[in-house]
Design a protein around this ligand. Structure first.
Ligand SMILES: Nc1nc2c(ncn2[C@@H]2O[C@H](COP(=O)(O)OP(=O)(O)O)[C@@H](O)[C@H]2O)c(=O)[nH]1
Ligand SMILES: [Mg+2]
Length: 304
């Protein structure tokens, strides 16, 4: 959006909007931008555009509040990164969640053995990810609210024919989709190739996995993390190795955001910042507070 001929207050609000970390902050900025946008003919389009963005964002916040309520009703406290596993009965949802997390649900050869959502935490290289097994999608125990609140929806199938029915049930869920074709230990190489080709041709984000042999597990964890659209930044102290637990940030977060996440007000105490990794031109590059971070960067702060 062009911000020529706009008041300094407007421009300030726009910059603030671009750097906002939460939707509530974005709403505040858009309100400010609406107030500050000149009310003459030449800015009409611009004002209309801001209003549209404002209404859209308001709606999004409203939906999120509703779905959160529904998940709370199910007794689940939503963590930052949350994925649900959905699918028909006996596709291996309980087996998968028990392999990946601390949850220990009943695994059984009988239908509908999981009747309430099962919640577990997975640690992926220091990144905590919450996983929830939702009762079988064709059963009365299925809980749409839990699926709707998830950041990522893992669709576990054992046959391509199951996909259409599941997709129909989750049409309105906002989470990213990953298709997991499970129990690959029961398939021949040829069968796997065929299934992959079909899913590929339909442009699905998918993986073939087996809870029995752990085939595809490492790729799956990375794909799952990527689906959240966040980046990992590690901190290090001078002369030491990097931290084990990364800080999870929005893409394009700056050094300032990292510092403020560590401690409020910390960014004003920094004397020098060095970085290693994807966003650095060379290892140990000295950068300023506005430097943009990339996934897997390492940051070292020296303070006054
Ligand atoms: N061969 C094989 N069997 C599996 C796999 N995952 C689950 N199973 C079996 O499939 C049945 C249903 O598993 P479960 O995890 O309870 O499925 P859910 O109903 O989707 O939760 C059980 O008999 C499991 O032992 C797998 O990766 N390979
Ligand atoms: Mg189950």
């Amino acid at each position: 959006m062009a911000s020529t001929n706009q008041s300094p207050q407007y421009q300030k609000a726009e910059v603030k909007f671009q750097n906002a970390q939460t939707d509530d902050e974005r709403i505040e900025c858009l309100e400010e931008m609406m107030r500050e946008c000149p009310k003459h003919k030449s800015s009409e389009k611009m004002l209309a555009n801001i209003k549209t963005r404002y209404i859209k964002l308001k709606k999004k916040i409203e939906t999120e509040k509703k779905t959160k309520k529904s998940a709370v009703r199910a007794g689940i406290k939503k963590e930052d990164l949350q994925a649900v596993i959905i699918g028909k009965t006996k596709t291996g949802k309980s087996s998968l969640i028990s392999r990946l997390t601390n949850a220990k649900p009943t695994i059984s050869e009988y239908d509908f053995s999981t009747r309430t959502p099962v919640v577990g935490m997975m640690d992926y290289n220091g990144v905590p990810i919450q996983m929830i097994e939702v009762p079988a999608i064709e059963s009365d125990y299925y809980d749409r609210g839990v699926t709707n609140s998830a950041d990522t929806i893992l669709i576990l199938i054992t046959d391509l024919s199951q996909l259409a029915e599941i997709e129909k049930k989750i049409e309105r869920a906002p989470g990213k989709r990953i298709i997991l074709l499970g129990k690959t230990d029961l398939l021949s190489e040829n069968e796997k190739r065929k299934i992959s080709a079909t899913l590929q041709s339909k442009k699905y984000n998918f993986l073939l996995i087996s809870s029995k042999t752990k085939e595809g597990f490492e790729q799956f964890k990375e794909k799952l993390f990527q689906s959240f659209g966040k980046i990992r930044v590690y901190t290090k102290e001078p002369g030491k190795t990097k931290s084990n637990r990364p800080i999870i940030l929005h893409p394009k977060s700056t050094i300032r955001t990292v510092a403020e996440k560590i401690l409020k007000g910390f960014s004003s105490k920094i004397k020098e910042t060095r970085i290693w990794g994807p966003s650095s031109k060379y290892p140990g590059q000295v950068v300023g507070l506005n430097h943009e971070m990339k996934d897997m960067d390492i940051v070292e702060f020296r303070t006054r």
